[in-house]
Design a protein around this ligand. Structure first.
Ligand SMILES: Cc1cc2nc3c(=O)[nH]c(=O)nc-3n(C[C@H](O)[C@H](O)[C@H](O)COP(=O)(O)OP(=O)(O)OC[C@H]3O[C@@H](n4cnc5c(N)ncnc54)[C@H](O)[C@@H]3O)c2cc1C
Length: 403
């Protein structure tokens, strides 16, 4: 396959947009990514990547770039907030790798972004335009023209297809007719990373530790090859900020994670970070139509979800693999093929799965934050089911394959 093909234009260089560019370039397309930010900044937080996502990243040849930064968790350890007692341990590690054919990874978002960016800049068929904001597009007989802006200067670019990977507040989604606002979940997430040597050996273990409390939960796990610990505290709140790096307050967390409801070990961990970042949590209901003609959506722009299943970025990564597969098949050889048809098959292969994950993430969030006595019944049911059975309930999620 050759680079004689016309460009696919991607709006947004988040995890979804960067992965899609790498996957499309691997199929022989030229790709232009438009990113409004002047720099791809390291978002200071960890990310869990389940086997359905790591399978795609490995197939794209990213393992070597990522390897020094990874931690493979041996299990998800679910704990009760007040007592700290272990409710259940869901096995991952080699068990999960054997079952799903790919491992579960824990890493820093900055390390993932850096690896993706490295692969993007190393590929001669991918152009990344920073400081450029996508604004609009027009379809014509030769493909489409994308309109964008750098400061006050209006620019345009020709392509055969346009992919909106521009996140939760997607401009392209609105341009395609969905003017509804994202749905605020009345929850915020505070995130911090701290050096691993500042915590006890128990908290450094290669585990995702998940503490369930009333109207709140806490997740922590090692990242950066074990050199740092990522902490995420999620609780009910009305703060609706849109930014990715609003500062959070330690005192704010400690007044929510009270001594009455949270074990000393959890509170001691929450007292450690000097710097917290804060995110308001939003999702949207599943979208019946993602695109029209040679235009489509990908990642959070198409299906933003609550983070309770740790699958938002994973779904964007899956989208990228299927998008490349569909466009690659439709536009084989030197002819432009039929991108519009390819995009409709991509959407029909992705809609039901991503809608199911969006709904499941919402349900899981409700279960995590139950008050007593429902929380006691939940803990007993989880304990009785046992880790292996619980993991099997996620087979549909983790055992996904692009083809
Ligand atoms: C607290 C929390 C924890 C999470 N944990 C996990 C996890 O463990 N595992 C997981 O898989 N997912 C997780 N997620 C979800 C994950 O972060 C998102 O689903 C993922 O980042 C979406 O990637 P994206 O590329 O679709 O969008 P984004 O990352 O939002 O990227 C969109 C990009 O588009 C750019 N952009 C926007 N508008 C324009 C425009 N008009 N022109 C040009 N560029 C534009 C933006 O600047 C940005 O760079 C979590 C989310 C939260 C909030």
């Amino acid at each position: 396959m050759t680079s004689t093909r016309d460009s696919i234009v991607i709006a947004g260089a988040g995890i979804g947009g960067l992965t899609a560019a790498i996957a499309l370039a691997a199929k022989g397309f030229r790709v232009s990514i438009l990113e409004q930010a002047e720099r791809i900044e390291e978002a200071g937080a960890g990310i869990q990547l389940p086997p359905n996502a790591t399978r795609v990243l490995r197939a794209l040849g990213l393992t070597e770039r990522l390897a020094p930064h990874l931690v493979v968790p041996q299990a998800i350890r679910v704990r009760a907030a007040r007592s700290g007692r272990e409710i259940v341990r869901i096995p991952l590690g080699t068990d999960a790798e054997f079952r799903y054919g790919s491992p579960y990874w824990l890493l820093h978002r900055g390390d993932l972004q850096a690896a993706l960016l490295d692969a993007v800049t190393a590929h001669r068929d991918i152009t990344l335009k920073l400081g450029v904001r996508f604004e609009d597009y027009a379809v014509h007989s030769k493909g489409l023209t994308v309109q964008m802006r750098r400061g006050r200067v209006a620019l345009d670019q020709h392509g055969i297809a346009l992919v909106g990977a521009d996140g939760l507040w997607s401009t392209l989604r609105a341009r395609l007719g969905d003017n509804s606002a994202p749905r605020f979940a009345e929850r915020v997430a505070l995130r911090a990373t701290i050096p691993a040597e500042t915590v006890s050996p128990e908290l450094r273990e290669p585990l995702t530790q998940l503490w369930l409390g009333r109207d709140a939960h806490l997740v922590h796990y090692p990242i950066r090859g074990g050199a740092a610990i990522n902490i995420v505290a999620i609780f009910r709140d009305n703060w609706k900020g849109r930014e990715w790096s609003a500062p959070g307050e330690r005192q704010d967390i400690l007044t929510r994670f009270t001594q009455r409801r949270w074990a000393d070990a959890a509170r001691a961990l929450l007292a450690l970070p000097d710097r917290w970042l804060k995110w308001a949590l939003y999702d949207r209901p599943p979208l019946p139509r993602w695109g029209t003609g040679p235009v489509t959506l990908l990642g959070d722009a198409a299906h933003p979800m609550l983070p309770f299943l740790a699958q938002g970025a994973a779904m964007a990564i899956e989208d990228a693999a299927i998008l490349a597969e569909c466009l690659g098949t439709a536009c084989r050889g030197k002819e432009p093929g039929d991108p519009a048809r390819a995009l409709r098959s991509y959407e029909s292969m992705r809609r039901a799965r991503t809608a199911r994950v969006q709904r499941a993430a919402r349900r899981v969030g409700e279960t995590y934050h139950l008050p007593p006595p429902a929380s006691l019944a939940r803990n007993i049911a989880l304990g009785m089911m046992g880790g292996e059975k619980l993991r099997e309930r996620y087979d549909w999620l983790y055992d996904w394959r692009a083809i």
